[in-house]
Design a protein around this ligand. Structure first.
Ligand code: ADP
Ligand code: ZN
Length: 503
């Protein structure tokens, strides 16, 4: 019972840095660990203290495990992997015993990497230890710290740990000499997504006309907010679809369906919507689409569908510009666009449905952020309070009751302003909303070309965002990657293949 279920993977040589795309900074961070594991003496001779551990944080699927494996692969050392939840045992002494077990295994195999997945299971901030479970968890955590503190200059073990809630970890874990490196893996940006797609598309058998570069960029543009795991799943889903249809190779339409599948879940053919419901959904989506079309700073539509899917009633894809800074105007336009659905319900049906909950949640959140965090409200002023609005419960307010009232009032009036503006817009463009909704009901799906046909081009002097995308995707000449990071084939991107790709 005391033995851990840690798995030892000796042959990680097959996963290396070239399999991890789109997180160059993170790779640079672990590169030092690699060279330490490869030639420890060089470091010891100079008297350098090498970090014993690094914490990899980021949402699930951002490639933490992959990066850890690649680190072992690059250094060509064994990889011992264990899940934090394995140490969660109510039996007294089992957790610490398993930790000891893992590290004695590691000592025998050194140089090696120990990877603790989901370390938050053991590493949560220690409480007052009132119940048995908690004090067991504390003992386990203490044992881990003892083991790491016991490393000496000839131990040659690097401990990597992953978590998606770095904020919950006990500060003791982050002290120097323990997990003193913190590597965050964020969601990949456009460029990062394109290179991740490239990694996953390479082994696939594509239709001869499909260009790998072009396809990766196109998919990257369609998948803002995707994690590496989701992108891998798009590629696999496309291959599965092609196989299911007995196709000889994977075609563009398979990828398109795969993206939809990953965004929206499986089509539900078995549970068609009632006509009335479908109509409501169509008008709701049309409201968003039309509002977005006529609001300069809203993210323009790529595709909208009302076919019911696992994850809700239809879905919409927008082109996101991935700006790092947003102005007040931009935030306001986005709020209006989010309200477009609810407003359309009200304008056309004079009744509102439960379908707008998600929209309203986002509107409320951004409104609070503007007032409380970004200092964008005149009355409340230039202040920024730290709130965890996601948890829907603001437990401790760092401001007075009167400030709270003021904030609530200002949030309300901001949302109200956005609502009124959207209402006016939707009323003005009522026929257009109707056209879009009808076409949606007929075809179940609309893309940008349909929108242009129905509404005319977007009335802004915009350098076609879509072309801009093509350009953004034209990777500039990259500075050569540091030794060890060579991508094998850093393709010179073809400058011809931009624009019009997404029209
Ligand atoms: P995490 O440990 O962060 O939850 P994983 O490392 O298990 O995520 O990622 C799951 C899968 O997603 C990987 O096996 C890989 O196929 C894919 N993936 C994630 N990030 C990347 C990336 N940066 N480059 C290539 N593939 C990735
Ligand atoms: Zn909506």
């Amino acid at each position: 019972m005391n033995a851990s279920n840690a798995k030892i993977i000796k042959e990680t040589g097959n996963v290396c840095f070239k399999d991890v795309a789109g997180c160059e900074e993170a790779k640079l961070e672990v590169l030092e660990l690699v060279s330490f594991l490869k030639s420890p003496n060089q470091y010891h001779d100079l008297g350098a203290k090498i970090p014993k551990g690094a914490l990899l944080s980021g949402s699930p699927g951002t490639g933490k495990t992959l990066l850890a494996k690649a680190t072992a692969g690059e250094a060509n050392v064994p990889f011992i992997t264990v899940n934090g939840s394995e140490f969660q045992e109510v039996f007294v002494g089992v957790g610490p015993a398993r930790i000891r077990d893992v590290f004695s295994m590691a000592r025998k195999m050194a140089p090696c990497i120990v990877f603790i997945d989901e370390i938050d299971a053991v590493g949560r901030t220690r409480g007052n230890g009132s119940c048995i479970w908690q004090s067991e968890q504390e003992n386990t955590l203490n044992q881990l710290l003892v083991e790491m503190d016991g490393f000496n200059s000839s131990t040659n073990i690097v401990v990597l740990a992953s978590t998606n809630r770095a904020d919950l970890l006990d500060p003791a874990l982050r002290r120097p000499g323990r997990f003193d490196r913190h590597i965050h893996l964020g969601l990949p940006d456009l460029k990062g997504r394109a290179s991740i797609f490239k990694v996953h598309l390479r082994p696939l058998k594509l239709e001869p006309g499909l260009n790998l570069e072009e396809l990766s960029r196109k998919l990257a543009a369609q998948t803002p907010g995707f994690t590496g795991a989701e992108m891998a799943s798009v590629c696999n889903e496309a291959a599965l679809r092609a196989a299911r249809h007995l196709s000889q190779c994977i075609r563009a339409e398979h990828f398109e369906q795969a993206v939809e599948r990953v965004i929206g879940g499986l089509e539900k053919n078995t549970q068609p919507l009632q006509l009335l419901e479908k109509t409501m959904v169509a008008y709701h989506k049309a409201g968003h689409a039309v509002a977005g079309w006529f609001l300069e700073h809203a993210e323009p539509l790529l595709k909208v569908s009302i076919a019911p899917r696992g994850r809700g009633l239809g879905y919409a894809q927008y082109l996101s510009k991935e700006l790092h800074l947003l102005s007040q105007d931009q935030l306001f336009d986005r709020m209006c666009m989010m309200l477009g659905g609810r407003v359309a319900e009200q304008v056309f049906f004079r009744l509102i449905t439960t379908g707008a909950r998600d929209d309203l949640r986002k509107v409320t959140q951004t409104a609070y952020e503007q007032v409380v965090q970004f200092g964008m409200n005149k009355v409340v002023g230039q202040v920024s309070y730290d709130l965890h609005l996601q948890q829907n419960a603001v437990t401790e307010k760092p401001y007075s009751e009167s400030a709270a009232q003021l904030i609530d009032q200002e949030v309300r009036s901001l949302v109200d302003d956005a609502f009124q503006r959207t209402l006016q817009l939707v009323v003005n463009k009522k026929e257009m909303v109707e056209k879009v909704a009808k076409r949606l009901l007929e075809k179940e799906m609309l893309d940008r070309a349909d929108m242009v046909e129905l509404l005319g081009p977007r009335p802004f002097q915009e350098k076609g965002l879509y072309e801009e995308y093509g350009e953004a995707l034209d990777f500039e000449e990259e500075t050569p990657p540091p030794e060890g990071l060579k991508d094998g084939q850093k393709n010179k991107e073809d400058k011809q293949t931009k624009s019009a790709l997404y029209l």
